[in-house]
Design a protein around this ligand. Structure first.
Ligand code: BG6
Length: 484
């Protein structure tokens, strides 16, 4: 690769779609405004079937920014940014259109350049796109690096994930492939490793000797909306557990890496994922919200789960015997993603028989991002009574209202910097599918836990409470549903 290739081109395939307008362009614009993209030599090229001119594409994106991200929009900065936007009309499935794209790239780059290919296309087109990029010579790295970004789903089961990896590897090395899991780009998810390994007081108790259980909740208030057709095929396990929830679990459960480097981090993640035991069907709960079956694109007799709760066990020295309870669902009472570490209770009671609540450490991923530690305190003016009180840290009180960038900003920057730490590696994808694949057939087998109907706007199926109770706990609910 030539040393002077400092021009960067981001080519977005599927550029007329929602993702470009809602996430990619606002993130790139924000990076540009912050001076994190080289103004002289960054180009963003949209490729899709809509017949835009360069100017029409720029106007379309400007409208999108003004409507969808009005607070992030700045007319003056946009005037400097807009000339960096280009458009090549084309069909991902038509080989000839890649020749047109190549010609445009040569013209605007005017010499060696590095390139990010962002696959914002339907997942079934990922292999097609990779193949055509290869055939058109666009994956060739002699004139600068070439990286490809793909969005989930990375397959729909182990076999299809392997097929996808094979198709990508026929053209790109693993070092060139960036699999987006936007949960890993959330600041508060990134902070988990800093919290654990930049402090000394938590890690000594971060194990089976002190931790009674771990809970990971990713609850959504929204229902499936207009995504019924996709969701009905996918369901909550494929949509949320195989990726976001298991990735959050790796951050909480992994061993400290020897360095803060992508390979070291990814090795530790793969290691802890491979220590998770097969999921016991009787430690699963599944639910579907009332009304789901009449959503657009959903089969009227659908058995797709829109909610699940699972107990996972990690068989290693650190976590032997500690249940990890995971739950996620749509159409629930509030939107909240949080991780709670429940510590063991004191071994001996010296304050009488009153039950002592557990110390709880909550990592609030969103909203009201923060960290909370629940401790027992003596109730004033009472000889032996105590109350559970919280020590609280909120990002916005320390770092300001606008201190938290969008996940896509961090992730796109990392792609350009060549840092793969926040992107799941192929082995992680395989292990997570291996773990998830047996659950849907187990749910279809005789004796499976029933598909429980839950009311939209509730906390989900009653079975989830029963599962927690069987494990000797209860769900530590929704701290982040409430404003401080
Ligand atoms: C996506 C899922 O990956 O994550 C969606 O496909 C879900 O179904 C979304 O709504 C949740 O992301 P966030 O960032 O809004 O919590």
């Amino acid at each position: 690769m030539p040393a002077d290739a400092h021009t960067i081109t981001v080519v977005i395939f599927g550029a007329s779609g929602d993702l470009t307008e809602r996430k990619l362009i606002p993130a790139l614009f924000s990076l540009f405004r912050k001076g994190r993209l080289p103004e002289c030599c960054v180009n963003i090229v949209g490729f899709s079937r809509t017949p835009y001119s360069h100017d029409a594409f720029r106007a379309h994106l400007r409208d999108g920014m003004e409507t969808l991200a009005p607070t992030a929009f700045d007319a003056e900065a946009w005037r400097a940014f807009a000339p960096r936007l280009w458009y090549a009309p084309g069909d991902t499935q038509t080989p000839g259109d890649y020749g047109t794209l190549r010609a445009l790239l040569r013209e605007i780059e005017g010499g060696p350049a590095n390139r990010v290919y962002y696959a914002a296309v339907a997942p079934q087109l990922f292999p097609v796109l990779a193949g055509h990029l290869g055939d058109a010579g666009l994956a060739d790295q002699r004139e600068g690096w070439r990286r490809i970004v793909i969005e989930k789903p990375f397959g729909t089961d182990l076999a299809s994930a392997r097929d996808l990896t094979r198709a990508l590897h026929a053209v790109f090395d693993e070092e060139q492939i960036y699999r987006m899991d936007h949960y890993l780009g959330k600041e508060t998810a990134q902070n988990i490793l800093f919290f654990r390994f930049a402090n000394t007081i938590f890690e000594p108790v971060w194990n089976r000797n002190y931790v009674a259980g771990v809970q990971i909740s990713v609850l959504e208030e929204l229902d499936v909306g207009r995504r019924g057709a996709y969701y009905d095929q996918s369901g909550v396990l494929r949509d949320m557990f195989q990726n976001h929830l298991l990735q959050l679990l790796t951050l909480v459960a992994m061993e400290p890496p020897a360095s803060f480097d992508a390979t070291a981090i990814r090795n530790e993640k793969a290691k802890v994922l491979s220590a998770i035991q097969p999921i016991a069907p009787d430690e699963t709960v599944r639910g579907q919200y009332a009304g789901y079956r009449s959503a657009n694109g959903v089969a009227p007799d659908s058995h797709t789960a829109t909610y699940a709760a699972l107990a996972l066990r990690i068989a290693n020295w650190r976590w032997q015997g500690v249940p990890f309870l995971l739950r996620s669902g749509k159409a629930l009472t509030c939107r909240t993603s949080e991780i709670t570490i429940e510590f063991q209770r004191p071994p001996h009671r010296i304050f009488g028989e009153a039950a002592i609540g557990a110390n709880l450490l909550t990592l609030a991923i969103q909203p009201n991002e923060g960290i909370h530690l629940r401790v027992q305190a003596k109730t004033p003016d009472q000889p032996r009574e105590m109350a559970a009180v919280d020590m609280e840290f909120y990002y916005r009180s320390y770092f300001g209202e606008n201190g938290l960038p969008e996940a896509y900003e961090r992730l796109l920057l990392d792609v350009m910097l060549g840092d793969q730490s926040l992107f799941p590696r192929e082995d992680q994808i395989e292990i997570t599918w291996q773990l998830m694949d047996p659950v849907p057939p187990a749910w279809a087998a005789p004796g499976a836990p029933p598909l429980e109907t839950y009311a939209p706007g509730s906390w989900g199926p009653a079975g989830a409470e029963a599962l927690a109770a069987r494990l000797g706990t209860l769900w530590h609910l929704g701290r982040t549903c409430r404003l401080p």
